[in-house]
Design a protein around this ligand. Structure first.
Ligand code: AGP
Length: 604
């Protein structure tokens, strides 16, 4: 949830660290700090600020901090509230060691007590500070050996970066459970929580695996396992460019990412077809049941995916929150396929559920956006979505890419299992390739959606309704709205409304109804009538011209008609993304970095 960046090389460290932090800010933004080894004094200089990276930048502006090696951190508070004392980096008693840390040290209280007995004084309430003091306490002429020793004392999931005055030419980085990549440059090297942080400087990376430690100098990167044995790592290169990680003229990343969807859908379709030999299509012939696990928006993609899998692959499928699946005794065996969906590939609950299921002999297919992420490496099979970096905390382009991937996977798996003919498969494909154009058509409704947003931005609650393939889209619309505007919103399968939520409806409640001209259209119309009969405000998202729907609706957001009703969820979610975006911006909320949230949830 926090973000780490580190630099060693020929440049001044401070600008590199600040740029890196800016790109990592979506991971946490309550306070930030950096530590640089000053070339003159040979001491570690630490600067911290509460607030956003720009607050740290303004604070540092004009200060002379000259050094070519440093570490930095943007924080999402777990232990102790946001404050200068609790911001990272944390230093040891003599200030010879500085540490940045993403994750949680579960046994920190016990370690802290022991250190206090040994005379250490703590300046912060964080779990991280124990690491700095432990390094000082156990330092034995070699930083690597010391970090290995400390790694065996601390429990939990973490990624750590260390610099020290005693070995001033290196960063030592350790990963157990939280993401960490090493960026390889020429005469310079980097560490970061994720790739976009250092994409400006390199496209070559090493992904550290759990319990691996990297010793990084400006000319060399060496990786060791937890027992100190050297590990050979194969670097990989990414095709993402820096432009993809910048706003490119849009006011917010979220808006840019919404508008990127015609392209990301095209890229994901092409990526899918370049991977038709994925061994998962052979494995699917042996599978008897499927469990989809994911969190948040990725979970909503899974709910839609279940419809397609059951229809085309004809294998019973359940969808579960990864955070729930993990803690119940769900029977799995070698004929179970777990589909783990995650934009980041770092969500702790999704990863650990997949790892546990694999231990019980299930096969794991992950659908992931971030190349080289933990989940992708921990799975039997991977299908990537091709969205480039998604920076806005609210997932948008990765959601539609997950949907298209699940649809294509279902069709291809259905073909392999003999449920579809090649001809039928191609017919679906011919419908699917129109999607980028259809999404472009929806984007043309942006102005109309903004006007509707002005009408309703002051309400306290919203309800979203949909049926069949589109009920998870109602969930997604509600999640988008609440996470960035802080307006309470609920998504419901429309048929469930009369079993409780109907009590909420009055003349002040906007009800967003996803009502495409599909096989459930008439049922949805009946539900809208029920809303109208209780004076609810109806905002319909529809391709219907039907006068009955028009008379029931206070507002209509038009979507294009599709040949094949399986495509409706991908088209109908776009207006809901725009609605949430506009309402949140009208309310003056920080849409890219909503309060209390982090893009990647690496804690359980
Ligand atoms: C989406 O808008 C959210 N910010 C969040 O629900 C997200 O989808 C969830 O945390 C899962 O993340 P993942 O896809 O990276 O695993």
């Amino acid at each position: 949830m926090c973000g780490i960046v580190g630099y060693v090389g020929y440049r001044k460290a401070v600008p590199v660290l600040l740029h890196g932090l800016q790109r990592l800010e979506y991971r946490g933004y309550d306070s930030a700090g950096l530590a640089v080894l000053d070339e003159k004094s040979k001491k570690i200089i630490v600067e911290k600020q509460v607030g956003k990276i720009k607050d740290l930048q303004e604070y540092i502006w004009g200060k002379e901090i000259n050094g070519n090696i440093g570490i930095a951190h943007t924080r999402w508070a777990t232990h102790g509230p946001p404050s200068i004392e609790n911001a990272h980096p944390h230093t040891s008693k003599s200030e010879a060691f500085a540490v940045v840390h993403n994750g949680i040290i579960e046994n920190y209280a016990k370690l802290k007590d022991e250190l206090i007995k040994k005379g250490y004084q703590f300046k912060s309430q964080t779990d991280t500070e124990v690491i700095a003091h432990l390094l000082e306490e156990y330092y034995e002429k070699d930083l690597l050996t010391t970090v290995l020793k400390v790694a065996k004392m601390i429990e939990g999931a973490y990624a750590i970066g260390v610099i020290s005055t005693v070995e001033p030419d290196k960063i030592v980085a350790l990963r157990k459970g939280s993401p960490l990549v090493v960026g390889i440059g020429e005469g310079e090297n980097f560490i970061a929580s994720d790739i976009p942080a250092i994409l400006e400087y390199t496209k070559t990376f090493i992904a550290l695996d759990d319990e691996e430690i990297a010793v990084i100098t400006k000319d060399k990167v060496e990786v060791y396992d937890i027992n100190g044995n050297k590990v050979e790592k194969k670097p990989f290169t990414v095709k993402w460019d820096l432009v993809a990680a910048e706003k490119g003229g849009f006011k917010h990343f979220m808006l840019k990412e919404i508008y990127e969807q015609p392209k990301t859908i095209t890229d994901t379709i092409s990526g899918f077809f370049s991977d038709l030999n994925n061994p998962v299509y052979n494995e699917i012939k042996n599978i008897q049941n499927i469990v989809i696990i994911a969190c948040g928006t990725s979970y909503h993609a899974g709910l839609v995916g279940k419809f397609w899998i059951e229809k085309f692959v004809k294998i019973p499928t359940i969808v579960d929150y990864a955070s729930e699946f993990r803690y119940r005794d769900f029977p799995v065996n070698e004929k179970t396929l777990i589909i783990a969906i995650s934009q980041s590939g770092e969500t702790a609950d999704t990863r650990f559920s997949a790892i546990d299921a694999r231990k019980k002999s299930a096969k794991v297919l992950s659908i992931v956006n971030v190349v080289g992420s933990s989940l992708s490496r921990e799975s039997d099979f991977v299908i990537y979505t091709y969205c480039g970096p998604e920076i806005g905390v609210a997932a948008t382009k990765t959601f539609t890419a997950q949907l298209i991937t699940l649809l294509l996977f279902s069709l291809k798996a259905g073909l392999e299992r003999g449920n579809l003919t090649q001809e039928e498969f191609e017919k679906y494909y011919n419908d699917i390739i129109h999607l980028p154009h259809l999404v472009n058509e929806v984007l043309k409704q942006d102005k109309a959606i903004e006007e509707i947003s002005y009408k309703y931005h002051n309400v306290k609650d919203f309800l979203f309704l949909g049926r069949g393939l589109n009920y998870p889209i109602a969930f997604e619309g509600a999640l988008k709205l609440k996470e960035i505007s802080y307006i309470h919103a609920e998504g419901y399968p429309a048929g469930e409304m009369k079993h409780g939520p109907i009590a909420l409806i009055d003349e002040n409640l906007p009800v967003v109804c996803i009502v495409p001209k599909d096989s459930l259209y008439e049922k949805m119309i009946s539900n809208i009538q029920e809303v109208k009969a209780r004076k609810g405000i109806v905002i319909s998202v529809s391709d219907s011209q039907d006068s009955h729907l028009l008379s029931l609706s206070d507002n209509i957001i038009k979507i294009p008609s599709v040949e094949n009703e399986n495509l409706y969820p991908i088209v109908s979610v776009i207006p809901l993304q725009l609605l949430a975006y506009h309402i949140a911006t009208i309310l003056g909320k920080d849409v890219d970095q909503p309060r209390n949230l982090a893009k990647t949830v690496t804690v359980e």
